[in-house]
Design a protein around this ligand. Structure first.
Ligand SMILES: [Zn+2]
Length: 47
């Protein structure tokens, strides 16, 4: 089963990206560009 997740900026909390994850237990953490912070920040998986 493929899980649909949103990625939220850990700095400001805005949801900038959406992705899919096959792993149920693992929490994704990706370094992505945040338009709100205007820099690259850690983005975490959220529902
Ligand atoms: Zn941000």
């Amino acid at each position: 089963m493929i899980k649909k997740v949103a990625l939220a900026c850990s700095e400001c909390g805005s949801r900038n990206y959406s992705t899919t994850s096959k792993k149920e237990s693992e929490r994704l953490e990706l370094k992505k560009f945040c338009n709100n912070c205007n820099s690259h920040t850690i983005h975490r998986e959220t529902k």
